[in-house]
Design a protein around this ligand. Structure first.
Ligand code: CA
Ligand code: CA
Length: 121
């Protein structure tokens, strides 16, 4: 009877260890792949919110669009546009914008210049 209880417990423990290791491995792989990424994105990666839905547990069931693309398309996720804002994920990392937030974009220079000119009219 005791063995019947211990075997499932051991199996669950191994699954938990394996999942935690994989999660940490993905995070560390991202940080290693983007050593010059801005501090905002690196902090978001370290806090798991770059790839997971904020406020949720950081497991495979709570990935955001970017996290899902990162996890399932390891070799091509940089060329993908996870948030549909017409900027690919790799460029968003270079620009320090969030690849899962379509509102997170580099400001349009034309719009910015128009805003500055409007102050002096
Ligand atoms: Ca994008
Ligand atoms: Ca974006």
């Amino acid at each position: 009877m005791r063995r019947l209880f211990l075997v499932p417990c051991l199996a669950l423990s191994l699954m938990a260890i394996t999942d935690a290791g994989a999660t940490s491995g993905r995070k560390n792989a991202w940080l290693a792949a983007y050593p010059t990424a801005c501090t905002t994105l690196r902090n978001s990666c370290s806090a798991c919110t770059l790839c997971h839905i904020p406020g949720s547990s950081p497991d495979i069931d709570n990935l955001n669009g970017y996290g899902a693309d990162y996890t399932t398309n390891w070799t091509n996720y940089g060329a993908m546009d996870s948030d549909g804002d017409s900027v690919n994920n790799a460029q968003e990392i270079l620009d320090c914008t969030f690849p899962n937030d379509p509102e997170s974009l580099v400001p349009n220079e034309t719009d910015s210049w128009s805003a500055v000119k409007s102050l002096y009219r």
